[in-house]
Design a protein around this ligand. Structure first.
Ligand code: ZN
Length: 236
């Protein structure tokens, strides 16, 4: 090859190879399951709380309702979940929903199995809290138990995501009461994929109940989830 050609050719190769690495890098694909908690009617028939377990719980409970709004939790959960679905799909995430309507009957074990079968990388279960103390407020994050033989292998990524979510919520001024391990939740024990319950706030508090039905507050909470997933997946 002519010397001048080489002088031009080598820089060209370098430029094109760097473009391939930095310019055309696809974002990492990531599959999420969103589980909007509860449904129009609870189902008191029982199911095992874990694969092969003799302990049973109701297939799906009816959830709470707003102290002031009188709105059912399952309605708020789906409103927020649909916002989350849209935000995630806009960013290129693949999203599976356990439900997109209220008139369904899907047990907690069935919801977990659905996510397992879809091969998702994170399940986010959207709920609202309620407690006898009307003064209690704030979001709460629940993760599978580290000690449970059913969930010890999904604890670490679940906790990691919950930690990032706690931080993102905090940076938006949302109070987070903490991250708590639970060994008694059917939807955790049947899950083979990392899973977090996001209790968005307390419907037993008048002010928070009202906020939880406000689309702009729902969006703020769901934006924190998206930011947390962005950070979590980039660290994988
Ligand atoms: Zn709930």
């Amino acid at each position: 090859m002519h010397k001048l050609m080489l002088k031009l050719f080598i820089p060209m190769i370098l430029i094109f190879s760097s473009l391939t690495v930095y310019g055309a890098e696809p974002t990492k694909p990531f599959i999420v399951c969103i589980d909007p908690g509860h449904q129009a009617k609870g189902d008191g028939k029982s199911e095992p709380i874990a694969p092969g377990s003799g302990n049973c719980k109701a297939r799906v409970s009816s959830g709470t309702a707003g102290v002031g709004t009188k709105k059912a939790e399952y309605v708020v959960n789906l409103e927020a979940s649909m916002i989350l679905k849209q935000l995630l799909e806009e960013k290129g995430y693949t999203v599976y929903m356990t439900r997109e309507s209220h008139d369904v009957n899907i047990s907690n074990a069935e919801r977990a199995t659905f996510a397992n079968n879809k091969g998702v990388q994170m399940t986010i279960r959207i709920h609202c809290d309620s407690i006898g103390n009307g003064g209690k407020t704030g979001a709460t994050l629940l993760v599978p138990s580290k000690e449970s033989r059913y969930t010890s292998n999904i604890y670490e990524p679940s906790f990691k995501f919950a930690s990032v979510l706690k931080e993102k919520l905090g940076s938006k001024g949302v109070k987070v009461n903490g991250i708590f391990e639970r060994a008694d939740m059917t939807g955790f024990n049947w899950s083979k994929v990392p899973v977090v319950i996001f209790e968005m706030g307390f419907m037993s508090n008048y002010n928070e109940d009202r906020m939880l039905s406000d689309p702009s507050y729902q969006k703020k909470l769901m934006e924190a989830v998206v930011e947390a997933l962005d950070t979590y997946k980039e660290a994988l």
